[in-house]
Design a protein around this ligand. Structure first.
Ligand code: SF4
Length: 224
């Protein structure tokens, strides 16, 4: 059986997060500080299973060598792999970067498309990267789902999904329309500051009276 909050409780959660967390205007810079769509796509590809600090280091080294599809394709694989080594999985990421740039030039004349469909057609770009680029770079009203947003949504009961992509699909349907522009920013800040991966700060959480995970923990504590 689905473990979900009612629609009115979902709305209340977003109202409280809006009060408690900063929105888009205070988070205007793109993912990992990369403001343009091309760099955002590459940075997002580098970020898979990598800490933010290592992703930033790899991105800096790579963009020191190339900042366009033409320049990137002029590099050999060894040069790309060496530059991006700090973020791990560098052989796979090197292959993806090459395929991404080839497709971008062949199918989009080197210009990153501003639609989810267009972005998803590019090798190495999944739902998370597509939504992050749509939201951060193109300013579209999309709630991008990263690891923090995925965790928070499923703890509270905004969604009931095993993967981040499924969470993104459910959130698109369940979040009120007015929350789509800033929802990502509220949820990610909430996940970093309050509903942290380990030891969430439930005692000072603005939605603890609605959170299904918290209710479950309290019920378990009462019976043990
Ligand atoms: S009550 Fe705890 S687990 Fe639930 S949303 Fe708040 S911090 Fe996260």
């Amino acid at each position: 059986m689905a473990r979900l909050l009612s629609d009115s409780d979902v709305e209340t959660v977003f109202e409280r997060l809006r009060e408690a967390m900063p929105g888009r205007t205070k988070n205007a810079k793109g993912p990992k500080g990369q403001p343009d769509a091309y760099r955002s796509c590459i940075s997002c590809m580098l970020s898979a299973q990598s800490l933010d600090s290592n992703t930033a280091k790899a991105a800096r080294a790579l963009f020191a060598l190339a900042t366009s599809p033409e320049e990137m394709l002029a590099l050999d694989d060894e040069a790309i792999a060496q530059a991006i080594k700090p973020c791990g999985l560098y052989n796979m990421k090197t292959r993806n970067i090459r395929k991404f740039n080839q497709a971008l030039l062949a199918e989009h004349r080197g210009v990153v498309p501003d639609t989810r469909e267009g972005l998803l057609s590019l090798p190495g770009i999944g739902r998370k990267c597509a939504d992050i680029v749509m939201s951060f770079t193109f300013g579209k009203d999309v709630i991008a789902v990263d690891t923090h947003v995925h965790r928070v949504c499923n703890r509270i009961g905004l969604t009931d999904a095993k993967t981040a992509d499924k969470t993104a699909e459910q959130l698109e349907e369940r979040a009120p329309r007015w929350a789509h522009a800033d929802g990502h920013f509220w949820l990610i800040q909430f996940g970093k500051r309050v509903c942290t991966s380990r030891a969430p700060k439930c005692e000072r959480c603005p939605v603890s009276d609605l959170c299904l995970w918290y209710a479950e923990q309290q019920a378990q504590a009462a019976t043990s």
